[in-house]
Design a protein around this ligand. Structure first.
Ligand SMILES: Cc1cc2nc3c(=O)[nH]c(=O)nc-3n(C[C@H](O)[C@H](O)[C@H](O)COP(=O)(O)O)c2cc1C
Length: 194
């Protein structure tokens, strides 16, 4: 088959970069667009077709409710928390119009190694980033305390045996940012020379 370049796809792959949370603004994706975005995100290599990942969508007022619950737990954990941080997780979750929590749920009893299953979740994350961009949005992949603490993660519906692979904050891009340094190929590529 002849090679067919896809310039738009290449442009996206060669120039995409993350924006800061403050630059992800309303309007977020509507329900149909978010479904499309998640369907694209889920189109990844998946050894054994185990679907070892899932999504939890935080949108609308549910973001604030989730944030309040996280703030309450955070305050219990940190009795000396300064007053100005009392609502930090609420503020965090209300920044972007939509946040998708990507949950990794490898099956340890499966024949497929857990590592393979975990890598598949990472692939979902990157696909989600690219899908957001292709649909006219921008996404930021973060994994802060609410995703790393199992009790906090449970407050937003993450179960036992599951782990948060990332919070994907999605919105319209309100800023342009210059690229960050990328690794030089000679630092990361070697050729096996027997
Ligand atoms: C699993 C994962 C977790 C991350 N968590 C954070 C985070 O908590 N805070 C942060 O500043 N950046 C975090 N990052 C990095 C940002 O997502 C962002 O990608 C990076 O700063 C810029 O990359 P890009 O412009 O190439 O997309 C994380 C990245 C990954 C893959």
């Amino acid at each position: 088959m002849p090679t067919r370049l896809q310039p738009e796809a290449l442009g996206l792959l060669e120039h995409r970069r993350s924006l800061p949370l403050r630059a992800l603004v309303e309007p977020g994706p509507d329900a149909a667009t978010l479904d499309r975005l998640l369907a694209i995100a889920a189109r990844v290599p998946d050894h054994g077709r185990l679907v070892p990942w899932r999504f939890i969508v935080l949108e609308g007022p549910a973001r604030g409710v989730a944030g309040d619950r996280l703030d309450a737990l955070y305050a219990r954990r940190m009795p000396d928390l300064p007053g100005e941080k009392a609502h930090m997780w609420r503020d965090y979750l209300l920044r972007a119009p939509v946040t998708v929590v990507l949950v990794s749920r490898p099956d340890p009893a499966a024949k497929i190694p857990v590592f393979n299953q975990t890598l598949s979740a990472g692939a979902v994350g990157m696909n989600l980033m690219l899908a957001a961009e292709a649909l006219g949005f921008s996404a930021l992949w973060l994994l802060k305390w609410p995703g790393r603490d199992s009790e906090a993660a449970a407050l937003i519906g993450v179960g036992e045996g599951e782990a948060v692979a990332g919070f994907f904050h999605i919105g319209r891009p309100a800023e342009r940012v210059t690229d960050r340094p990328r690794p030089a190929l000679d630092q990361i590529v070697t050729r096996f020379a027997p």
